[in-house]
Design a protein around this ligand. Structure first.
Ligand SMILES: *Cc1c(COP(=O)(O)O)cnc(C)c1O
Length: 218
């Protein structure tokens, strides 16, 4: 079933949009099934769960940390994580930089935007995002590379609202790109879209969608 679900999702993605298979709460066996069907990028949102799972899984899996990350957990994932999606403070960015340098790596990160209606979600408002970049401290951080933006749209059935939020995110991406990253190629990732809204995300220029339940729960 996982194999078919995965095929259905990947077949619907245009070239240039990558799938992060969100495997949180799912077993190593399920992950391996998706791996054997060709999937290589997996997303987890808890450090302990991720650290435990990866020990028994193939080494060429690209692990993406997609959840809220506490600064005291960064050092555990710094040696191997491929991308950290939800950077929502300068403090967290500094810690990722520090731990990346300590293990001789450059870690790819995304800034998490908060555009949804719910107050419970983490993330930077567009203004705090601009402020962080205006501050310029990130330019000296040789252990991190800001690759783009990540966001979660409001959890609603109102597709207009979802589309509206994702469009705002895409527009902010363009603004930040020309304002701060005009001279680099690597600022090129837009991570939005989950099981219920990834087709809208694709319309709104996502380069990565993070899909869990649609793949692992039938
Ligand atoms: C769980 C999670 C997803 C995937 O959600 P599904 O509805 O299972 O597809 C995507 N992004 C984040 C940040 C998540 O925590």
């Amino acid at each position: 079933m996982i194999r078919e679900n995965l095929r259905n999702v990947t077949d619907s993605l245009p070239p240039g949009v990558r799938l992060v298979a969100v495997s949180k709460y799912h077993t190593e066996e399920d992950i391996l099934e998706a791996y054997n069907a060709g999937q290589r990028i997996f997303g987890e949102s808890r450090e302990q769960e991720l650290s435990r799972k990866r020990q028994s899984l193939p080494e060429d899996i690209e692990w993406h940390f997609i959840g809220h990350l506490q600064t005291n957990k960064v050092r555990f994932i710094a040696p191997y994580i491929s991308m950290i999606h939800a950077v929502d403070s300068l403090r967290l960015l500094r810690e990722i930089n520090k731990q990346a340098l300590a293990c001789g790596r450059v870690i790819d990160v995304l800034l998490e935007l908060h555009l949804a209606q719910e107050d419970t979600k983490y993330g930077l408002t567009p203004d705090s995002c601009r402020q962080l970049l205006d501050g310029g401290e990130w330019r000296q951080m040789t252990g991190v590379r800001i690759r783009g933006l990540m966001m979660m749209a409001s959890n609603t059935d109102d597709t207009d609202q979802i589309r509206n939020e994702m469009t705002q995110a895409a527009n902010l991406f363009d603004e930040l790109k020309s304002e701060y990253f005009a001279d680099v190629d690597y600022f090129n990732e837009r991570s939005w879209g989950m099981s219920h809204d990834y087709p809208i995300a694709v319309e709104c220029r996502a380069t990565m969608v993070r899909v869990g339940s649609r793949i692992f729960e039938s």
